[in-house]
Design a protein around this ligand. Structure first.
Ligand code: NAD
Length: 252
């Protein structure tokens, strides 16, 4: 892909699943990768995988729900690599299931804090640094849960709808600075998060992917490829878009 090689890419939630796959994909495309996660050991393993794939990487600790932590992360990345060109604000949690009337305020706050406040804080601190480089790109991880509703996981769905709105608004604000802001909206992806729903049960996975036209989960690399494309020059006229990468889920 064009325009990735030699650039600096920050990925949050890089210790697992989609974030880890994106870190490796950025590395394979020639970017220098900052792999950040609340689980620093997992981020360190991701940095090792990026290096194994031929890229340059370093691991960083961050709690995306904490402003001081996010500000320190962005400064550390700039100190280490000399600037910032791309950010994938991807860290997220599923939270507890249950109908709205039975949800606890604690669960609501935690899911919104990580999934929505985390993306807001990321962009708040990344945009000035990307602007200093004369432009770049941000990709936020939303979900098909940011495009449609469903019973039983309302804090998560609300957080992801929020990410879509935040992405569109930020895109409008920074377009003239040469910064594009998009979101990926994955369907079911084969990651530890989905593993917590299916608990290794094949029937549970079959039921989960049934609404997807392709009737299979995505490999995390299939989401990573969309993220890297959304940062590359190949998508130079695409901004403010919540892109479904969902095997035909929202199409039906
Ligand atoms: P995952 O659980 O495998 O990985 C999430 C990573 O985020 C973990 O490494 C975790 O330590 C990290 N993290 C959690 N809280 C954090 C915090 N406060 N600060 C920093 N890091 C934190 O999940 P995944 O499936 O790879 O999901 C990644 C993103 O994709 C999430 O935003 C998720 O909502 C979204 N998503 C996943 C799917 C799916 O089917 N797996 C579908 C749509 C959207």
């Amino acid at each position: 892909m064009n325009g990735i090689s030699g650039k600096v890419a920050l990925v949050t939630g890089a210790g697992s699943g989609i974030g880890r796959a994106t870190a490796v994909a950025f590395g394979e495309a020639g970017a220098t990768v900052a792999a950040a996660d609340v689980d620093e050991a997992a981020a360190t393993e991701t940095a090792r995988l990026v290096e194994e794939a031929g890229g340059e990487a370093a691991a960083f600790h961050v709690d995306v729900s904490d402003e001081d932590s996010v500000a320190a992360l962005v400064e550390s990345v700039v100190d280490r690599f000399g600037g910032l060109d791309f950010a994938h604000n991807n860290a997220g949690i599923e939270g507890e299931g249950g109908p709205v009337a039975e949800q606890t305020l604690e669960n609501w706050d935690r899911v919104i804090d990580v999934n929505l406040r985390g993306v807001f804080l990321g962009m708040k601190h990344e945009i000035p640094r990307i602007r200093e480089r004369g432009g770049g790109a941000i990709v936020n991880t939303a979900s098909v849960a940011g495009l449609v509703g469903a019973a039983g996981l309302s804090p998560y769905y609300a957080s992801k709808h929020g990410v879509v709105g935040l992405t569109k608004s930020a895109a409008a604000e920074v377009a003239e600075d040469g910064i594009r802001v998009n979101a990926v909206c994955p369907g079911v992806v084969d990651t530890p998060m989905v593993g917590r729903f299916t608990e290794g049960n094949e029937e549970a996975m079959t039921a989960l992917v049934e609404p997807q036209a392709m009737k299979r989960p995505a490999d995390p690399a299939e989401i990573a490829a969309a993220v890297v494309w959304l940062c590359a020059d190949d998508s130079s006229f695409v901004t403010g878009v919540p892109l479904p990468v969902d095997g035909g889920y929202v199409a039906q």
